[in-house]
Write a protein that binds this ligand. Structure first.
Ligand code: VGL
Length: 196
C-alpha cells in the first residue's frame, strides 16, 4: 500500500465524522466504521512516504438550506461544535483539517462549496495547498462514495490531478438504489482510478 504515496501525492480523507461513520449517527453511511482501520493504514503509509494528508470536515450551522428542516434534502448532520461533527474517534488525525459547508453552503467537495440558493461556487483552501505542495496526484478515501468522495474526486480531475479512489476505503449512501454504480461510473468516465 505504501507504493501509492511519495513525492507529488497527497491523501484526502473525506468526512470521517461521527454523524456519517458511527452507527446511530444522523446521516450514518452503512458500514462507514468498517473503513477506518484501512484508512489509518493509508494515513500511516502516506506519512511514511512524506505525502501530506488532508481531512475534510462537514461543519454546518444549525439551520441551513442543506438540511431538510430548511428546504434541503438531508437530515441535520455535522452541526458545528457538536459530537456529530467530530471526527470518528478511531481516525488518526495527522494533517490539516479543511472545513466545508461553514456558512450554510452545500459542502460536498473538499475543493469547493456551493450556495444552495444562488448556485454560486467558491473554493476552499485545498486547491491552493495542493498547488503549494506541488501535488499532482491524490488518493481520496472516506465518506460518502456517492456524494463527498465523488464530488471531491471529480473536482480533483477538473484541476488536472491524477485521482485514485480505492473502493474498499469508501461506503455509499445509496439514497436511490443504483447510486453506487452510477457514482463509480461517473468517476471512471472522468478518469478516476477505482481499484478494489
Ligand atoms: C455527505 C450527504 C450530505 C457526504 C455530506 O459526506 O458524503 N453526504 N452531506
Amino acid at each position: 500500500m505504501g507504493t501509492r504515496y511519495g513525492d507529488g501525492v497527497a491523501l484526502l480523507v473525506i468526512d470521517l465524522q461521527n454523524d456519517f461513520a458511527t452507527v446511530g449517527g444522523s446521516l450514518y453511511v452503512t458500514g462507514g466504521e468498517e473503513i477506518i482501520a484501512g484508512v489509518n493504514q493509508e494515513i500511516a503509509a502516506a506519512a511514511d512516504a512524506g505525502s501530506p494528508v488532508f481531512y475534510s470536515q462537514d461543519w454546518h450551522p444549525p439551520a441551513t438550506p442543506h438540511f431538510v428542516t430548511d428546504g434541503g434534502v438531508w437530515p441535520p448532520h455535522c452541526i458545528r461544535d457538536t459530537p456529530g461533527a467530530d471526527f470518528h474517534p478511531g481516525v488518526v488525525i495527522a494533517g490539516e483539517v479543511i472545513r466545508k459547508g461553514v456558512d450554510g453552503a452545500d459542502g460536498y467537495s473538499a475543493f469547493s462549496v456551493r450556495d444552495p440558493r444562488s448556485g454560486e461556487r467558491s473554493a476552499t483552501v485545498l486547491g491552493q495547498r495542493l498547488a503549494a505542495g506541488a501535488v499532482t496526484s491524490v488518493v481520496v478515501v472516506g465518506l460518502a462514495g456517492d456524494y463527498c468522495v465523488l464530488e471531491t474526486a471529480l473536482d480533483a480531475r477538473e484541476q488536472g490531478l491524477e485521482v485514485t479512489v480505492p473502493l474498499a476505503l469508501t461506503r455509499f449512501v445509496e439514497r436511490v438504489s443504483g447510486d453506487r454504480e452510477r457514482a463509480v461510473a461517473r468517476m471512471i468516465e472522468a478518469g478516476v482510478r477505482v481499484p478494489a
